[in-house]
Design a binder for this molecule. Structure first.
Ligand code: NDP
Length: 337
């Protein structure tokens, strides 16, 4: 018997801990592209929106601070072409750790680049504080500062919670409150989330947690905690990042073959059925000719996919600056900009 299929672009979740009613589309478009892929990202994003995708995940830092300009252009063109209105879209941006104590400035810069009056979701990108260091050659701020020995450097007296305290205040600020519809954090663990809930100065608790999430990193404990606290979980690197290694897992191929669907559809359907949000990245506009449905996978298949996280656990995004965070080893060297 073939699986029941539903339109991917219609899957939505209601966010909690918000001031107004906010729905997030469960399938989004990731934009952490390389700085030399701005045009490709723009073209793919336009194809995605034309295919019905409404959720755009970006960040101040992506493309070394340049991607938001390309996304802004794409959004303006889509609006001018009559494909969507601004209100049809759900746009997320994030505050990078070198703006850890300047969240409102970071938001302002993102709004200008994106050419919009508000974002739907503002996230703290990492629970880390980096110093502001300028690149002598480009005059731009260095996103991932390192010392002369190639070691990542952090702001000595910085406290990561300050960033979310500031983001929380933006929602209540009469001047800035309308510039953001919901707030949240990324790369937090349970202990850090508990700290946010215990902090009485934070009146607006996170609506969203964004973390790496895929069959090899199923984040069961975090998801359980978030469900109890009304936090919606967004999974980043759902395909295991560049090269999409997750799609090569034999377990996913086997499940896909059984139902006559692709491993990509299996992964996306796993996310949707677990009430999660998924934000795969692509610079290939042709992908959207095929991407239309998600499938109601049987419980036994969902359990098999959950099991991959126990038998083949692997964190795909593990950059050197993150080694100070629990669960990260800092295995991958980041570029010394
Ligand atoms: P993904 O896990 O989405 O994988 C991207 C790779 O998958 C690309 O190589 C892409 O190649 C390939 N791919 C995409 N669609 C298909 C398909 N249908 N079939 C085969 N291959 C495919 O990578 P990311 O690490 O970028 O994660 C997604 C998004 O999550 C980011 O773009 C960003 O928005 C967010 N993110 C957030 C982080 C955070 O700290 N909060 C950290 C990392 C990511 P191609 O381009 O050729 O399609």
């Amino acid at each position: 018997m073939s699986l029941q299929k539903k339109l991917l672009t219609e899957a939505k979740l209601k966010l909690h801990n918000t001031k107004t009613e906010v729905f997030i589309p469960q399938y989004g478009f990731g934009t952490a592209s390389a700085p030399d892929q701005l045009e490709e990202t723009k073209t793919a994003l336009k194809a995605a929106v034309k295919a019905g995708v409404r959720n755009i995940d970006t960040a101040r830092y992506y493309g070394n601070g340049h991607i938001e300009y390309a996304i802004g252009e794409a959004i303006q063109e889509l609006i001018k072409e009559g494909v969507v209105t601004r209100e049809d879209l759900f746009i997320t941006t994030k505050v990078w750790p070198n703006y850890w104590n300047r969240a409102a400035d970071s938001l302002e810069t993102s709004l200008k680049a994106l050419q919009v009056d508000y974002v739907d979701l503002l996230l703290q990108h990492w629970p880390l504080c980096f110093p502001q260091v300028v690149n002598d050659k480009t005059g731009e701020l260095i996103g991932k500062p390192h010392d002369e020995n190639g070691e990542p450097i952090y702001e000595k007296d910085g406290d990561y919670i300050v960033t979310f305290q500031q983001i929380n205040k933006i929602l209540d600020d009469p001047a800035n409150g309308k510039k953001v519809r919901a707030i949240g954090v990324s790369n937090y663990d349970v202990l850090k989330l508990e700290r946010v809930f215990a902090d009485e100065s934070i009146k607006n608790k996170p609506s969203v947690l964004q973390v790496e999430l895929n069959p090899q990193l199923n984040q069961t404990e975090l998801i359980d905690f978030c469900t109890k606290k009304g936090i919606t979980v967004i999974g980043y690197s759902p395909l295991g990042s560049s090269g999409a290694p997750i799609l090569k897992l034999p377990e996913l191929k086997e499940i896909g073959d059984k139902h006559g669907i692709k491993p990509y559809d299996v992964v996306i359907s796993w996310f949707i059925s677990k009430n999660l949000v998924v934000i795969p990245r692509t610079i290939n506009p042709d992908r959207f000719k095929d991407i239309k449905y998600y499938y109601e996978l049987p419980e036994e298949d969902i359990k098999k996919i959950d099991q991959i996280g126990e038998t083949k656990p692997y964190r795909h995004i593990d950059e050197d600056f993150a080694h100070v965070l629990p669960g990260f080893t800092g295995r991958t060297k980041t570029e010394n900009e």
